[in-house]
Design a protein around this ligand. Structure first.
Ligand SMILES: NC(=O)c1ccc[n+]([C@@H]2O[C@H](COP(=O)([O-])OP(=O)(O)OC[C@H]3O[C@@H](n4cnc5c(N)ncnc54)[C@H](O)[C@@H]3O)[C@@H](O)[C@H]2O)c1
Length: 375
């Protein structure tokens, strides 16, 4: 078992990573002296796959426990599901002494923690991530939120959990395409880190994708340690450091919207990373040698993601509406080399267009070619 402490001033909490740790949930609740009135928000799929495990926890609890299950998809990361959660809390007599436990992937974690941050001006929340993406990224750092209209995560808050319990045994049922989504964020972390982590990911990609038990725990630990360090110094993305976590994400969020959520967040991150890498090279920040090296990792995933068509102008319009854009200026996170990141970078429309077309080429139709030409 690994324990990483996220040292956010005034909000320090542990992330426990291991196999079989879910069975110790009651003990951790006790140890952290959390509230005993428990409201579980769970992904319906996860509940059907792990009903016995979850029910065993419920019967072991001494006080009130309510289970709210929902279909975890982007359309349901919405005001109406949020309002449904609030209604279930109120109608079942929950008050300020509530502990919300989110069991599921990033969608469940994001909406449950936003519900926790807004119910009775804030009640306790614990995350139990069940996807690789949620384990390496979304369960840590306290970003909560829902989608609104055509915008992604545009309503939300920063709200830290009391602890995160990451049980890798939940990954045993995760479909391949969801594993790939987590791999997208892992590649992002490997590009943000020093060269060692990148080398490890590059050399062991097939083993990571096959969820090798020992390796996957180490990779999750590495990503969580990085994220913990970043959010501890810049919890609310005010000082620029946390912005580096958005590498590939300006493109990714608009890709998700433009593709009308037919593509998953993690898949969009992978295409977004390819676009960012091309943009970094087009703006002469990233060398041709590193462009080829970094793309060689991403291209290994290209057969697992396929886009039928895309509209570059629409993608750029959506980016302008992104919450990270300031007065119509799109801000990018760009890369000089692994660990050397530039934030708040702007680019001309034709360069963005170039990056989109070059980034999409590996995932689009049959033309999976790599082109290092800049024009
Ligand atoms: N808060 C943050 O910092 C942060 C960071 C990254 C992403 N996100 C958000 O996370 C969301 C994506 O999260 P995700 O990729 O975890 O998606 P998700 O929550 O939609 O889960 C993906 C799919 O996997 C299924 N699933 C979950 N656990 C499973 C398991 N153990 N076995 C089998 N199936 C399982 C779900 O039912 C769902 O169909 C996006 O909405 C994104 O915006 C948030």
């Amino acid at each position: 078992m690994n324990k990483i402490i996220v040292k956010i001033p005034g909000n320090t909490y542990p992330v426990i990573i291991g196999s079989g740790v879910f069975e110790k949930l009651s003990l951790y609740i006790e140890k952290e002296r959390l509230n005993k009135n428990i409201f579980i928000v769970i992904d319906e799929n996860v509940y059907s796959l792990f009903e016995e495990r979850v029910n065993q926890f419920i019967v072991s609890t001494e006080s009130k426990t309510y289970l709210y299950s929902f279909v975890a998809n982007e359309s349901n990361k919405s005001l109406s599901v949020l309002s449904d959660i609030h209604s279930a809390l109120l109608n079942n007599g929950f008050g300020r002494d509530t502990l919300i436990i989110a069991i599921g992937g990033g969608i469940t974690g994001d909406i449950a923690s936003y519900a926790a941050s807004t119910f009775m001006r804030g009640v306790q929340i614990v995350h139990i991530p069940t996807t690789l993406l949620a384990m390496v990224d979304s369960s840590v750092g306290g970003k909560t939120g829902i989608n609104f209209g055509a915008t992604k995560n545009s309503i939300g808050s920063f709200y830290q959990p009391r602890f995160v319990l990451t049980d890798v045994d939940f990954l045993s049922t995760l479909p391949k395409e969801e594993i790939i989504c987590g791999i997208g964020e892992i590649i992002k972390y490997s590009l943000l880190a020093n060269g060692m982590f990148l080398k490890n990911v590059k050399n062991n990609l097939p083993k990571i994708i096959s969820l090798d038990k020992k390796l996957i725990k180490t990779v999750i630990k590495n990503c969580v340690e990085m994220k913990a360090g970043i959010v501890a110094s810049d919890e609310k993305e005010e000082r620029g450091l946390r912005k580096i976590l958005n590498l590939g994400h300006t493109f990714a969020h608009s890709i998700e919207m433009e593709q009308k959520h037919k593509i998953k967040h993690g898949q969009a991150v992978i295409i977004g990373l390819a676009c960012s890498i091309h943009l970094s090279n087009k703006l002469n920040i990233l060398s041709d040698r590193l462009l080829a090296e970094y793309l060689s990792i991403i291209i290994k995933l290209s057969d697992l993601i396929s886009v039928k068509k895309y509209n570059s102008s629409a993608l750029i319009e959506i980016m302008k509406r992104d919450k990270k854009a300031e007065s119509d200026k799109i801000k990018f996170v760009l890369l000089k080399e692994a660990g050397k990141i530039f934030v708040d970078m702007e680019a001309e429309q034709n360069d963005i267009d170039y990056a989109i077309n070059n980034g999409f080429q590996y995932f689009f139709g049959t033309g999976k070619i790599y082109c290092s030409e800049k024009d």
